[in-house]
Design a protein. Sequence first.
Length: 745
Amino acid sequence: MFRTNMSTVVAFLSCIELASCSQVKYMPQNEQMSGPAYDVLSRSMPDWRDKITFSLLNDHDTHDHFSVRTENGKVVVAGNSQIALLAGSGWYMKYYGLDQLSSNGAPMPKNPSVVALDKEINKRSSVIYRYALNQNTDGYTSPYWNWRKWEHEIDIYALAGINTMLVERGAEAVISRTLMHFGYSSENVRTDLTMPAHMNWQLMGNMCCFAGPPSTHLLEKRIESAQQILRRLRELGITPVLPGFYGMVPADFKKHFPKAHVINQGRWNDFQRPAWLDPRDPLFPKIAATYYAEQRALFGDTSIYDLELFQEGGTPGDVPIPDAAAEIEKALQAAHPGARWMILGWRNQPAAGILRVVPNDKMFIVDLRQNVIRSADRGRELLGADYLYGGLWEFGGRTTLGGEAYDYGVRLPSLPAKQPALIGTAIFTEAMDHNPYLFDLFSEAAWHNQPIDLRSWTKSFADRRYGAADSHVEAAWQDLLQTVYSTQATYSSDAGENAAPIDSLFNAQPSLDARSAFNGNQKVAGYSFKALQNAFETLLEAPAAFDSSTAYRYDVVDVGHQVLANTARILLPKIKAAYVSKDRMTFERDTKLWYDLMTLQDELLGTEYFFRVGHWLENTKQWADTPEEEKKLNYDARSILTNWGDRSASQAGGLHDYANKDWAGLTNDYYRHRWEIYFKSLDAALISGMPPRKIDWYAAGEEWNRNSAAYDPLPVGNSRTVALKVKDFLNSSRADDLRVSLGNR
């Protein structure tokens, strides 16, 4: 335990309440105490390393807090944890240094200088937990990340004040080692495992066995990687959340243990689910104890365990849910006394039978309902159980712009004072490294206790995002606030994916009636396409110096590709009208325009690393030991983008294109190729007068998935140059039919 002068602590806590710490004298801390925080700066913000001094406090406040002042040309940050120190330094850098660490680009390069503060900054988190990562992130973002990428990502989270994080990588090894204690061979267990991009759905009891088995070497590599991640989290004081045991067993478990009470869990999106062992069965506590012992041996202990009982389906059969929950909780507490049970507040979860059995202060519910439906007291609806406000602004890693800025920035900050069961916030998007605006807004909300002025905050965001103030980019971001970020949680029912920002019809499985790429996604934009195009064109008026900002170049592509994607919603109905009226000349003209728009979008996307499919596929190579394994990993990474799973799950289950993305290479070689097949079939039908031929879309997806052609991750071309080309095209005579004044679409 770190120690400091007690009078300093008392004075600091007093000044937090008084919002003035000018009279507090801080005892210097030795660098070893704050070493992890200094290490983050050295790695990720090296120009600030010698300009910031940390003072680590020791107090009993369960909420992180920090203060920031300037003294003798240095920034002095005091806080009661490593994360509080980093959150404080991050706050100063972004608000006074116009500098910020992001997954999606950096400000213009400059030598930062210390701006003297008129008064000390004091912040105390309104909640205890500031959590990050949806279970699906390990499928849609990070299944093949190496340590270098993880290290950078963790630094971003730390500077944003994240103090709790899910780690699923390596959990399959715990499952394997546990089952081997109960008669399963290594080969039997591996046959039951999915590959990394699909593994997290197995951990939630949704599916098994797809695209595997993984090699023993791959499993060992993932163990080592998880251990490295966990070491860093613990160094920084970030609490890891690990998967717990709730009874998931292989589908053939009954064959091994005929007397065991095993409940068949049916199907999830037409995937066969793993079976569920009745927690009242005598075998359950034995397996649970073995599971937690094996997990401890590999990854150590923690205080929060993810237990997704009946996630998106499943059935308790003849097992009373309260009885099952009691036994699951008993096994958890036996292995980890005092641990919390994490579960999603999603659709009809968690079951009331769980809430009535598990003590309120042992729950850790990541509530996603308030993304779509506001509640005056969500804690009361959850029977008083502790919960986190979950921010879920995208699904499947879809690269679409949008989200509920009002609910995250205006409504969320004041909720903890009104809802005592609200103990944390949770960044719970299904993928990360996209939408830096909402990531910053949501993570900062926990350090406010009053509504944020979104217009003022957005102006400040634009300035620090690029490292300088400019009226054009500030105006563009105000337009973005009024368009793509104007959505609010005012739905009448738990809409789930239907509340997600619109995805691109270019990415849809071809149909003249397509209204979204993933069938369950939002069908209506809710904002003016014309206004978004104006924001894009205003953004392009920034001075040439802004081109040196990788964040600016990223945003030009990000906004530009959304503008292009929106044109598909105007053009497709026109193509349909031409086909239905048998106007082949107009059909050919409009489908040619469709192809040209997709080609232009692919060119724009290709100018930025993060929008190239090569940056996704290149990650698999480092995990393969043989050419055969590389093909298997390549298939795993490709399939989740396209068909998602096997034929039944993809088509009958409707999972195809769930993770559609506007990425160069994917757009041109897969999405455009599908539309070419489709439009050619319609054109042939117009010529012959016969119905169009039926197309096997699953086979089309598998053709791309099984292709081992390499995609270069490196950008080609200049983002602004191609964006100006997009602007000129959309204002040319070729786009006359698209250039209409639109209301909400």
